[in-house]
Unconditional design. Structure first.
Ligand SMILES: [Zn+2]
Length: 466
């Protein structure tokens, strides 16, 4: 059958896992746009294939990013002045100072460096939870989506597939107006936000691989009425993202002002369903975890950031036991390795419960396989890519792990995914392909030198800013 198909190139890999099964070896035929025409274990007759010594997995989708925060990764790891302890809230002050200083050009340089690094680590798409909307004085740019445009240009430079999620942010807290440092984030009301969403839609419509999402910052940053109005009026097919229950202080505030725990309040007052992606949901009680899982909604977990910020432990066992779905994000970008996120998530639970293999519920369950299936499939729901990865007709977006590494090559196929999840780092990756083309190879992004230079220049300029 394949002989009759005219294809652009034929690749041969040692193996390919499409989230359902392994193909070993795997012959992948691609068309000129890098879409999959076929995946088979036998070669088409007399057709020369390019041999790549690697194991193919669907590219990772990063379900939660604030790109600008990459500029401060590693620079908040000491106690603040005149303080003998540190927490999320003082970290946030440092982050707000950075947010106040970034120009659209600097945003583009930071995001381009970050996205190139994501690609090098095996991500092929990113959901950008984007709330830095206005100029440094808090005034809207002449083009409202100017900052979104900078993020889109960064994505286009690097090859990553961007899902732009403009965020509704209205106030500083339940009984607080926004502080001067929060002025760049604000929408006046739902109409103002929906206008920004519309302009962002027009922007991403110019790019064949970009997508749009709808987002609310958190219960503390939006009034219930406005939150409900936005969810009613936003296009129904878009994924819906919101931060929730990350910190105990937030739980106490929501209890005080809304009379319920945050996830419980959302379940009762919002039309929560499979379109929703609740970011963190760290502090859920047993009932919230069970009820949320039953709605089909997703949770986005960001284990390296949550660990860095001292957030707490997610109720993974309760949520998964009830059939809960989750994906991973890198949030503040203190860590950029997808397998590290999956390890952190499992190890946190192992330490907490003094047990092993916390993704598993049945005898014979394989941790790596369960973790990757959750992250890969539900990461795609979070970015609005609903197609089955690596299937016929879909773009060949893949991360290729090195099949020369004995730990991967010698692992039984049923355990190879765990060997990857629990031992891999970026040096285990041969490269990352997006639309059938290498965007990173041999630990280098295609445009690495230029991106390093622009990013370094921007970091210097931000540091020189008084
Ligand atoms: Zn976040």
């Amino acid at each position: 059958m394949l002989k009759n198909i005219s294809f652009h190139k034929l690749l041969r890999f040692d193996g390919l896992w499409d989230t359902q099964r392994w193909f070993e070896p795997a012959f992948v035929a691609l068309d000129a746009q890098g879409r999959v025409l076929s995946v088979t274990e036998t070669a088409p007759d007399h057709t020369p294939a390019e041999n790549i010594k690697g194991y193919v997995l669907p590219g990772h989708h990063n379900a939660h990013s604030h790109a600008f925060q990459y500029a401060m990764a590693g620079l908040a790891e000491r106690l603040p002045p005149h303080s003998a302890s540190d927490d999320f809230w003082s970290w946030r002050e440092t982050m707000y100072n950075l947010a106040g200083a970034v120009s659209p050009e600097q945003m583009e340089d930071i995001a381009a460096m970050l996205y190139a690094e994501m690609i090098r680590h095996g991500y092929t798409a990113v959901a950008e939870f984007h709330y830095l909307h206005h100029d440094k004085d808090g005034q809207p740019y002449a083009e409202k989506a100017t900052m979104g445009q900078a993020l889109l240009r960064a994505a286009q430079k690097t090859g990553i597939k961007l899902t732009l999620i403009p965020i509704f942010y209205q106030r500083g807290g339940f009984d607080r107006p926004a502080s001067p440092l929060q002025q760049r984030f604000l929408s006046q009301d739902p109409d103002d936000y929906l206008d920004l969403l519309e302009q962002s839609h027009a922007l991403i419509a110019t790019s064949p691989h970009a997508k749009l999402g709808v987002g609310i910052h958190s219960l503390r940053a939006a009034s219930p009425e406005h939150l409900q109005a936005i969810l009613r009026q936003a296009p129904p097919h878009l994924p819906r993202h919101i931060h929730v229950a990350e910190q105990q202080k937030e739980i106490q505030e929501v209890l005080q002002h809304l009379g319920q725990r945050p996830v419980a309040w959302m379940l009762q007052h919002l039309p929560i369903d499979e379109r929703f992606h609740l970011v963190h949901a760290t502090h859920m009680d047993h009932e919230e975890a069970q009820m949320l899982a039953k709605t089909g909604a997703h949770v986005v977990l960001c284990p390296s950031t949550e660990g860095n910020l001292g957030d707490g432990f997610f109720a993974l066992r309760e949520f998964m036991q009830a059939g809960g779905r989750w994906s991973i994000g890198t949030d503040s970008h203190i860590g950029l390795q997808p397998c590290e996120e999956l390890r952190w998530l499992d190890y946190g639970q192992r330490l907490r419960h003094e047990k092993r293999n916390m993704y598993c519920f049945q005898s014979g369950d394989e941790s790596g396989e369960i973790a990757l299936r959750q992250a890969i499939l539900h990461g795609r729901a979070a970015t609005g890519h609903h197609e089955t990865p690596l299937s016929v007709g879909q773009p060949f977006d893949a991360v290729i792990y090195n099949a020369r590494m004995p730990l991967f090559a010698m692992a039984p196929p049923t355990q190879r995914l765990s060997a990857i999840v629990y031992t891999a780092d970026v040096s285990s990756i041969l490269g990352t392909m997006i639309n059938g083309r290498w965007c990173a190879k041999d630990q280098q992004h295609l445009h690495q030198d230029a991106l390093y230079e622009a990013f370094s220049r921007t970091l210097q300029a931000l540091r020189d800013t008084p």
